[in-house]
Design a protein around this ligand. Structure first.
Ligand SMILES: [Zn+2]
Length: 301
């Protein structure tokens, strides 16, 4: 299953290429990393584009998943003879569809609907043989090393990869204007911010995101982008505090929308808004910025 990518293969070094997805890796597509070693070659987060193009330019020994989200695991069945590696904490999402659905935390019809999408659009294939790794694990491919860097918050096991000092794969710390996504049951705002602080220290010549932004050249540009990305969290926080000028419930916060724009039609938007607002509300309560003035209603201090 070899396929040439032509201009869509962007070579960063002799060993590392970005396989740029449709529309610059806009969801449901993504930007896949291909690392050619002397001993083994691997892909990191092979997207649905890999299947649509019929493969990648070289034989693949292993697939690294940065985390268990549908768009990052699209080829776990396509590369059926390759090993699958994912952080220990996200293993359940690679091993079974039920495990994956628990990561999102959707219930009822939302769960059924999204399960169909994951199976049809994203070719989800359970891999009971998937292997776990932990922070700092090094994959030595021969002439090039890939080190896992645990960056939780988006999911529990979300990880970046440092590739022989030149390239850093950021995955879904995607540096978009939308800002950090911490709306799943397996997300955590505090962990996400800690991961942002940690990844900011990374020195690389190229930083690669799975969606939109793709390849970012140079540390200076990276710092500007990650600081802007990080600032979205406080912007949401301040907007929510302003909304609590009168007593409001969590449900009212979710309906008002602080993550998605009001016009965005997504069947899971309410759930995501509610979980995200809960994180900010907990932060306000712990900081003394707001209080519960009657059961289930919150007012800023
Ligand atoms: Zn994700």
């Amino acid at each position: 299953m070899l396929a040439q990518w032509g201009e869509a293969e962007r070579k960063l070094t002799d060993r590392v290429s970005v396989l740029v997805g449709a529309n610059n890796g806009q969801y449901p597509s993504g930007n896949t990393l291909l690392v050619r070693g002397e001993g083994e070659s691997i892909v990191i987060d092979p997207s649905i584009d890999v299947i649509e193009r019929g493969g990648v330019p070289v034989a693949i020994d292993a697939v690294l998943n940065s985390h268990s989200h549908e768009d990052h695991m699209a080829c776990n069945g396509f590369f059926k003879d390759a090993r699958i590696h994912i952080h220990d904490d996200d293993l359940p999402g690679a091993k079974s569809i039920d495990g994956l659905m628990d990561v999102y935390g959707f219930e009822g019809t939302l769960r059924t609907q999204f399960q169909d999408t994951v199976l049809e659009t994203f070719h989800y294939t359970p891999r009971d043989d998937a292997l776990g790794f932990s922070d700092g694990h090094v994959f030595d491919l021969g002439g090039v090393k890939v080190e896992a860097v645990h960056l939780p918050g988006h999911t529990r096991g979300h990880s970046g990869f440092r590739i022989s000092d030149d390239v850093f794969f950021l995955s879904d710390i995607d540096l978009t204007g939308f800002g950090p996504y911490y709306g799943d049951v397996w997300s955590d705002l505090e962990d996400f911010e800690e991961s942002l602080r940690r990844v900011r220290e990374e020195e690389a010549a190229w930083y690669v995101t799975f969606h939109h932004k793709g390849v970012i050249e140079g540390r200076q540009r990276f710092l500007e982008m990650i600081d802007a990305f990080h600032a979205v969290i406080d912007r949401r926080h301040q907007a929510m505090l302003k909304f609590l000028a009168e007593p409001r419930s969590l449900e009212e916060m979710a309906n008002h929308r602080f993550i998605y724009r009001p016009g965005v039609q997504l069947n899971f938007a309410y759930d995501v808004e509610k979980r995200s607002a809960r994180f900010h509300l907990d932060r306000m309560l712990s900081r003394g910025e707001a209080s519960e003035v009657e059961p289930g209603r919150y007012l800023r201090s």
